[in-house]
Each structure stands twice: as structure tokens, then as C-alpha cells.
Design a protein around this ligand. Structure first.
Ligand SMILES: *Cc1c(COP(=O)(O)O)cnc(C)c1O
Length: 221
């Protein structure tokens, strides 16, 4: 068995069945994705629109593509017709643009609202006031071509496991609260290679794992 498939099998063995594993293939070649596909992996995540579109065009149609990175408004149109889930929606203007593109394609586009839970300044994500406002508007049918499928967040990049657990817990609590008001809630996306066991212990049901499957990424500068 290839290393990639061994890694996937190893991760799956240690996570509950209900947890969706998204294989983050950013910067990785088509061959790596094909290898993972051959061992039944169907959910893949990318963080750059151009790379995502190129890969989507060349790979099997039954792959579920996740946009996990920061998404610029003017690029929503390139992924609207095929994207399975957009994770990083953290402002109202972006949400409105996604709604507009959904209308053009006469479909609901699935998204997650990204909430800022990390202490660091560098992480994207909305604050809780904005979250509340967007959910209220959504429930008042302001975005008929969007389906809000849940929440996404990233913990602080720290070796302090207690802090990471606390941040995930905070997001889990928000998820539980809003799930009661929003029937379309289905996914709580939290956890990456370095922290997914903690994320699952705090209630995650979708993990985004890159380097633990495909190996370290090499960025060309
Ligand atoms: C790159 C990335 C991941 C995967 O990171 P790994 O540490 O390689 O597992 C997960 N989520 C987001 C938003 C990312 O950008």
C-alpha cells in the first residue's frame, strides 16, 4: 500500500466513523490526489481558487471539493458550480456574493461560517456579534441561495494543549447553541494534522488534514 493510503487508513482507524476526513491537497500534485482517490478518499480541500479549479477539471467528477482558504469575493464565480463546501466565510459581503452566484446557478451553495477562536491576530474569522447577526438574517431568509451548514475555526498554533482544547470547546458551544436555531447545521469543521485529536475530543465532526496524509508541503518562493 502507498504511504498516502497507509496514512489515511491510520487516521481513519483512530477517529470515530461520524467524523468526516477532508484530505487537504494544497500544493500537492494530481498524482497524490489520484493515489488517495484510489483508496476511497473522496473529500479533498484546497485553499487557492486557481489551483482548486485546475485540479477539479482534471480529476474524477465524484470528488467532493472543499474550499478551506480565505476566499476573495471576485473569485466565488469560478467555483460556484462545483464546490461542495466553502469553509472560510467570515464576512457579510462574501456571503452576499456567494448568494448571488448561487442564484445564477439556481442552487444553494453550502458554506460554513468561520469564527475567530484563536488568540493570534493572524487568523481569519468573524466575531460572535457578526455571527449572531448573519444567523439572524439567514433565518429571516436573506440568503435563499446559501445553505449555512455549520461553523469552522482554527485554534492558536501553540504547544499549549489546554489552550487549544479551550478554543475548540468555545466553538463547539457556539455550534450547539446555533444548531438549535438553524436546522441546516451539520458540520463543525475544526482540527488539522497537529491538533485533530484534541478537536475531536471537543466535538469536531469534520477534520481538515494535509501534512499527516501527504507529507510536509514545500512552497516555491
Ligand atoms: C493547510 C490547511 C489545513 C491542513 O493543514 P495540515 O497542518 O497540513 O494538516 C487545514 N485547514 C486549513 C484552513 C489550511 O489552510
Amino acid at each position: 500500500m502507498s504511504q498516502i493510503c497507509q496514512n489515511i487508513a491510520q487516521i481513519k482507524q483512530h477517529i470515530p466513523k461520524e467524523v468526516l476526513l477532508v484530505a487537504v491537497s494544497k500544493t500537492k500534485p494530481l498524482e497524490d490526489i489520484k493515489t488517495a482517490y484510489q483508496c476511497q478518499q473522496r473529500h479533498f480541500g484546497e485553499n487557492k481558487v486557481q489551483e482548486l479549479v485546475e485540479k477539479q477539471q482534471k480529476l474524477p467528477r465524484d470528488i467532493h471539493w472543499h474550499m478551506i482558504g480565505h476566499l476573495q469575493r471576485n473569485k466565488v464565480k469560478y467555483i460556484a458550480d462545483f464546490i461542495y463546501l466553502i469553509h472560510g466565510v467570515d464576512n457579510l459581503k462574501l456571503l452576499k456574493e456567494i448568494n448571488k452566484q448561487g442564484q445564477k446557478h439556481d442552487k444553494k451553495i453550502n458554506i460554513l461560517l468561520q469564527v475567530k477562536i484563536a488568540q493570534e491576530d493572524t487568523k481569519f474569522g468573524m466575531d460572535i456579534i457578526t455571527l449572531q447577526d448573519i444567523i439572524q438574517q439567514y433565518n429571516a431568509k436573506a440568503f435563499p441561495f446559501v445553505q449555512i451548514s455549520g461553523l469552522m475555526g482554527m485554534a492558536t498554533n501553540t504547544s499549549d494543549q489546554q489552550q487549544v482544547a479551550n478554543e475548540f470547546k468555545q466553538l463547539y458551544n457556539l455550534y450547539q447553541t446555533y444548531k438549535k436555531a438553524v436546522p441546516s447545521f451539520q458540520y463543525l469543521s475544526m482540527g488539522m494534522s497537529g491538533d485533530y485529536p484534541i478537536a475531536i475530543s471537543q466535538g469536531s465532526n469534520l477534520i481538515r488534514v494535509g501534512s499527516a496524509i501527504f507529507g510536509a508541503r514545500h512552497y516555491n518562493v
